[in-house]
Design a protein around this ligand. Sequence first.
Ligand SMILES: C[S@@+](CC[C@H](N)C(=O)[O-])C[C@H]1O[C@@H](n2cnc3c(N)ncnc32)[C@H](O)[C@@H]1O
Length: 356
Amino acid sequence: MPAAARPLLLSDRPMPDCVRDYPMMRYMGSKFRLLPWLHEVLGELEFASALDAFSGSGCVGFLLKAMNKRVTSADFLAFPIEIATATVANPGVRVSEEEAERLMEYDPKHRHFIEHTFTGIFYTPTELRFLDRVSWNIRKLTDPIKRSIATAALIRSCAKRQPRGVFTVAGDPARYKDGRRDLRLSLREHFREHLAKYNETAFDNGHKNRAVRSDVFDLDPTGIDLVYLDPPYVPRSDDNCYIKRYHFLEGLACYWHGVEIMESTRVKKIAKPYTPFSYRRTAHDAFDRMFQRFADSVTVLSYSSNGYPDLDEIVRLLSRYHSSVSVVGRPHRYHFGTHRSASRNEVTEYLIVGKR
Ligand SMILES: C[S@@+](CC[C@H](N)C(=O)[O-])C[C@H]1O[C@@H](n2cnc3c(N)ncnc32)[C@H](O)[C@@H]1O
């Protein structure tokens, strides 16, 4: 821990139960298992409004909502925003049983884009037709929150039904005959289950919470008491590309409208958006610009001991815009990747707090 760092004093307020039950999916860099710790650290800070600027799985925004804050969740990808709309922005809306049945009904007019594009790559033809059918029926829902609940349920179904939850290699999940329930269930069974799960998370915390698709550098920092920042880390060896892993979920979130499929790729990837946090030559400047952008807000950054720039440099950069910078750290292991890479995933996870 650098000299500039001072430990925060932590209390042991319990985390709200609904946060433990958040419908998680495997998401690279997810802080779900760190939420009790994050809750303790955030509980020591005074703020009424918060921005989760790299929403990902949406769990941190949901924690903030459960702490009765006015929350904005943001991410530059579309599928995290569908999830955050269903969970964070949702003021208590649920999809009824009758609507759920209608979502799965056959409509002869539905498109066959997913079946035509992904047959022989992911899932069975029957399941792909199911995705086409539900995607078509989702558009008939007039309430945008309900559309996001159904889309989030479809996204989580696809993620859970896919071996390791990633779309990097083609193949039928049935060949992974390891008895795991998530791979055994059909997409239809998953969908029913996850619709119910998202319905359960719906609640109103009395504030108008939002989910917005945006690059972090396009977000308006005014009126945000606290910003939580969890950008991707510059990869040491492997890559940290979200689109490479989740392109199917990203396409599904918008039925591949307006996205370009890279036809030469076996798994029909889509082009990845540029982020300066992924490259050594641009990461340093990106952190500096980001800290400057949110200089008027209490800043809470998730960082890891294997990140670049290193912790001392991050603390130095944050200190340019905040008079008090504190660091807390704890060991963490990311459950992602293969056994071979597991030791690389054992890191110290830091929360760095900057205050004016
Ligand atoms: C480490 S993950 C966040 C994980 C999240 N806190 C959770 O617990 O699930 C980083 C996220 O940043 C998003 N992202 C990367 N570059 C971005 C940028 N320039 N602007 C906005 N979001 C970005 C990615 O899409 C990804 O969802």
